[in-house]
Structure formats: C-alpha cells, structure tokens
Design a protein around this ligand. Structure first.
Ligand SMILES: CC(C)(COP(=O)(O)OP(=O)(O)OC[C@H]1O[C@@H](n2cnc3c(N)ncnc32)[C@H](O)[C@@H]1OP(=O)(O)O)[C@@H](O)C(=O)NCCC(=O)NCCS
Length: 216
C-alpha cells in the first residue's frame, strides 16, 4: 500500500477538478534559451514581483546567463505546445548564524508563471516541488521573498504553511521542512520521470511540426 503522503502527492499532480495536470521537470543547460524567453515575456509589473525591481531585458539576459545548473536547481512546466509557462529557481546558500536551522545550507525560491497559464496550479506545483526537493536534499528551511501586495503569492505561501514576516511592504516567508522519507524521495522521483516523458513527447511533437511545416 502507498504511504498516505505519497498518495496525496500523486493526487496533487493531477490537480483540482477542472484544472490540467501539472508536471514539474528539472531544467538544464538545453533549456537556457527557453528560460530566457519566459522571463523576457514578463511585463514590468511581473518583473517587479519576481525580481524585486523592474529589471531591463539586458539584466534578464545576464541573470539567465549566470544560472549555474550544477549549483542551483531550476524547475519548469511546459504547456501543450512545448512553451515554458512556469519557472521556479531554487538557489542554495550557506546558513548564517541566526537562521532557524541546524543544517549547513538554506534554500531560496523565486517563481514566475506566464500570464496565459495562471490560476491553473502551476505556481503552487512549482513551489511544492521545490519544497520536496529541499527535503530530499537535507535542507530544512526554504525562504521566499515577495512584496506584501503580491496577494497570489501570499496565498500560496500561507497555503503551504509558511511563517511570514512582513516589513516595509516586503514579506520574508520561510517554510520549515521535515526530514526526507522514503515516500518523499519516491514522490519526487515519480514526478520527475513522468515529467521527463511528457517533456520528451512534447519536444518531439514540436520538432516534427517544425520539420513538416514548409519553409517560406
Ligand atoms: C505568483 C504566481 C507565480 C502564481 O502562479 P499561478 O500559477 O497563477 O498560481 P496557482 O494557480 O498555483 O495559485 C494561485 C492561487 O492564488 C489564488 N489567488 C489568485 N489571485 C489571488 C488574489 N488576488 N488574492 C488571493 N489569492 C489569489 C488562486 O485562487 C489560487 O489559489 P488556489 O490554488 O488555492 O485555488 C504568478 O501569478 C506570477 O508569476 N506572478 C508574477 C511573478 C511573481 O509574483 N512571482 C512571485 C515572487 S517570488
């Protein structure tokens, strides 16, 4: 019989009734251009919410160039036509004194979802995947910074049970995570395998459409 938490996780992937199944995959070097396209499509207000500033296209190019896939973890969700509609960036840092952890590292998470894909559970799934990844990587504290005016993100943070400290219009939220369990390791591995299959099928379909479309 499946452990309860694993069953819950698998049900979560299927999503709420009326919402599509959201599969979260770890991204790598081959996705760098797609990640860039996703960020460049964010408008000024989304850039402010995601990066804390209305950053320019050039700054986004630099940010994406600097992502180190061997150190940070970047998660993504692709839509039916293989566009990257959600990106979650999990960065690890040394835990300073005063942080609520005994572990060596803490994690910080930033997320964005394309305007066309919002309200379907993509942001929540990216957050949940980041949290289970931290658990399995022996990191027990996950931070997220956002503006207090960001009602959607505040809702996601509260739903996940995050402790939220509000100061000067900014919210510093953190989630204390339990240690890994066989179910948490299995849940992440199962989702990643499904997501890899889904990603590969969509990538091949997209390549086939490109190949079959006559060149002008
Ligand atoms: C924040 C963001 C990532 C959310 O992505 P999303 O895919 O739309 O999120 P989800 O669909 O998983 O969840 C949205 C939840 O917020 C709720 N929500 C939407 N608007 C809301 C509002 N104004 N107030 C409160 N809750 C709201 C939805 O009902 C949903 O809740 P539910 O799942 O319990 O029904 C997306 O809006 C985004 O990219 N914003 C710009 C960048 C940003 O703000 N990044 C976060 C900073 S790190």
């Amino acid at each position: 019989m499946l452990d309860n938490s694993l069953t819950r996780w698998l049900k979560g992937i299927r999503g709420k009734p009326g919402r599509p199944t959201v599969l979260v995959k770890e991204l790598g070097e081959r996705d760098r251009r797609r990640i860039l396209r996703h960020f460049l499509a964010l408008d000024d207000s989304d850039r402010l919410l995601r990066f804390g500033n209305v950053i320019s296209d050039d700054a986004i190019v630099q940010y994406v160039q600097k992502i180190d896939f061997s150190h940070d973890i970047v998660f993504g969700v692709v839509n039916r036509v293989f566009q990257l509609v959600g990106v979650g960036h999990l960065a690890f840092a040394k835990a300073d004194k005063g942080k609520p952890t005994q572990k060596e590292r803490v994690a910080e998470f930033g997320v964005s979802v394309s305007a066309s894909a919002r309200g379907q559970g993509v942001g929540s799934r990216l957050f949940q995947r980041a949290a289970i990844h931290c658990r399995n990587a022996d990191v027990d504290t996950l931070y997220m910074q956002c503006l207090t005016s960001n009602q959607t993100m505040m809702h996601i943070a509260k739903k996940a049970g995050m402790e939220i400290k509000r100061e000067y219009g900014e919210a510093d939220a953190y989630l204390q995570l339990p240690p890994p369990s066989p179910a948490s390791v299995m849940a992440e591995a199962i989702e990643e395998q499904w997501a890899v299959i889904d990603y590969t099928v969509k990538a091949n379909a997209r390549a086939a459409v490109k190949w079959l479309t006559p060149k002008k």
